[in-house]
Design a protein around this ligand. Structure first.
Ligand code: NAP
Length: 243
């Protein structure tokens, strides 16, 4: 059985990815930072669907916690086949008023956290000569929305990190791709005022915001070995928003 770690899997997109992978045969590590009950609920759903896994509390922006997470998972299952680097935060604010604290929080989780997880898991995949890493990016990594100077910079970094890591790891049988969602209905979007949402939806050709299940399907598909010739790509899923 293949083992997948999904970071930030207690809510939103990560939750849907964990449930999808867990319901399709993966043993899933449901990582969270504070929402233990919600993480347990995700694992319960996976088990009810015939899957298995564990919940694991770790702040993935901290290297020592990442090392402990990967050590525990590897000691338990002896393999890690898939990493979904998903845990991320947005701190939408204009640059001129952005605090250095929010700047650090975004880069620590959205960039350093992805790096730490990919490095620690990558060491295991490198030895096994197989594995799949999926980085959750955003359309903001390529397109500009005022108020997202910092968030978009972190996602732009994720995109280039993905391409370079894919090139480094391809000789060792490890694929690395990024998924770049547009507007997806999660708690992250609760911060956007209703009138702004109505404005944004006018720019989406499909005329709707995406669902977490839309993204989870893509993540699951990219993990499939049948797609073993796809690496280093940033795949947009946005209902046509960025066209
Ligand atoms: P969300 O609903 O806010 O959920 C965030 C998840 O990350 C939660 O499970 C949370 O755990 C976890 N988390 C937060 N800080 C953490 C940390 N330091 N260590 C470990 N886990 C942590 O977010 P989302 O909307 O699903 O977004 C997920 C990813 O998709 C992010 O990378 C985001 O940038 C990207 N994305 C989202 C959208 C969108 O429209 N929603 C669009 C494009 C890209 P707790 O519950 O324990 O706090």
């Amino acid at each position: 059985m293949k083992v997948a770690i999904v970071t930030g899997a207690s809510r939103g997109i990560g939750r849907a990815c964990a449930i999808k992978l867990g319901s399709c045969g993966y043993t899933v590590v449901v990582n969270y930072s504070s929402s233990e009950a919600k993480a347990q609920e995700v694992l319960d759903i996976i088990k009810a669907n015939g899957g298995d896994g564990m919940i694991y509390k770790a702040d993935v922006s901290k290297l020592d916690e990442v090392k402990a997470l990967v050590k525990t998972v590897f000691a338990t299952y002896k393999q890690i086949d898939v990493l979904v680097n998903n845990a991320g935060i947005a701190r939408d604010e204009f640059l001129l008023t952005m605090s250095s604290e929010n700047l650090d929080k975004c880069f620590d989780l959205n960039v350093k956290g992805y790096f730490y997880m990919a490095q620690q898991v990558g060491l295991k995949m490198f030895r096994k000569k197989s594995g799949v890493i999926i980085n959750m990016s955003s359309v903001s990594g390529e397109f500009s929305i005022p108020g997202q100077t910092v968030y978009s910079a972190t996602k732009g970094a994720v995109n280039q990190f993905t391409r370079t890591l894919a090139k480094e790891m391809a000789p060792y049988g490890v694929r690395c791709n990024a998924v770049a969602p547009g507007f997806i209905l999660t708690e992250m979007m609760d911060a956007i005022p209703e009138e702004k949402k109505e404005e944004y939806i006018k720019h989406i050709p499909e005329g709707r915001f995406g669902t977490v299940e839309d993204v989870a399907e893509l993540v699951y598909t990219l993990c499939d070995d049948k797609l073993s010739y796809i690496t280093g790509q940033v795949i947009t899923i946005d209902g046509g928003l960025s066209l």
